[in-house]
Design a protein around this ligand. Sequence first.
Ligand code: AMP
Ligand code: GLY
Length: 463
Amino acid sequence: MREEKVGILVISYGSRAAAMIDALNRSEEYKVRFYVADKQRNPFNVKHAAKHVVIPDLDIAKICEFVKANKAEIDFGICGPEQPIIGGVRDVIERETGVAMICPTKSYAIEESKVAQRILLDECCADANPKFKVFPRAEYASVSEVKRAVWQFLDEIGDEVAVKPDTPAAGKGVGVWGDHFTSRALLFEHFMSVFESTDVLIEEKVIGEESSFQAFCDGKRLVPLPETRDYKRAFDSDSGQNTGGMGSYKTEVDWLPFMNKKDREEEEKLAQMLFRRLRGDGSNEGLRGVPLYIAFMHTGEGAKILEINSRPGDPEILNILPVLKSDFVDVCFRMIEGNLSSVECEKKATVVTYAVPMDYGGYRSKYSGDRRVDLSAVHALQQKYGADLRIYPGSMELRADGSTYALGSRTVCTVGIGDTLEEAREVSLDGIRHIDGALWNRWEIGAEEHVGRAVRRMDELRG
Ligand code: AMP
Ligand code: GLY
């Protein structure tokens, strides 16, 4: 029975917000009214919102005005995208309106600085931290000076490194030896392109298989969610540039096929160490939401941390929200009240596949054709699959005449749910095939061949 009415602010950037709205809307205990501050007129959000406002740059002051104007109806807010979190959206809204927000405060938005993350990791779990060196812009007077310092560090640790901007670049500013450059000259070219605008981190390249760890947090406890695998590279066979994530999968259990239960326990241990360090004694409300979404690399020498984000992953949270058995509105209230001790997920596999514009990820250098996207056939397919197929528009815009268009980023994703990975993948891909529009996608998210390759690689690395 839906008894109690609740008003929820959702700050939306892409498909992640649509998946949140969908999960909140499935509540059996609460009838939800959505107040959406959106980057554009996302068709899913517009359909579900009681009030919808477009704030293209997600400017915090404008979001706060929207909250103030609807304060009487909003019980709490939730934010997925990193920019407002890093900018302090929670601090501002809570201070100026009293509406509780689910996301970390500005001081716990630790994804703001990859350098600060490396320093924190050195202090609290150094074994999981690749060797690194920071190159602060303020420290070098000339290009030749910084070049000397880079060469000196490469002489120390070898050329096999990753070059990263200190500040977040949606995975796109990262360059890895062997993938993005194969000589010191090209490495330095990449280095300088990043160094122009931010401090740079050079770190040891670690070899292995990646996984994404996420956890909800009520300030007192970290409640781990099932592990997922993101497909960061643009093209099949994991080639091409890094993207925001072309898709992701989870299996029926809490860990991935190339991991075992012990690997997962090791990850949880590292996450708890980090959490305790950030939390201090007792409780720390500043960490509410998903304060630790950790990208791990499983290597022959154990798990290494690639980066830490302070928000749910996109696409990774889309593998989890559709199979959340716990009432998500209740989970949110518990995060705010500080009494979330566990969450339950269905023991199902899920596959998220993103369809993206032609000029996304370097698939085409330019696309000047029609950007119209019609989701009616994929929606019709939901008759066949029921709740096992979810469709979440992202960088898509609903125009006044009712038609929908792809904007610049990841357009729309389909989430397939099944008893096995293969079943989930079939549903997700069937959905993708029914999208009408000039879009492309990776075909191998969660594919047996790709997953098997990861398992064999991990076996080799472990000897
Ligand atoms: P990040 O934004 O730090 O997660 O980096 C984006 C991608 O670059 C990761 O998903 C990895 O595939 C790759 N990467 C980042 N750091 C390293 C590293 N130290 N060694 C190897 N690959 C890395
Ligand atoms: N899946 C990459 C991200 O959310 O940053």
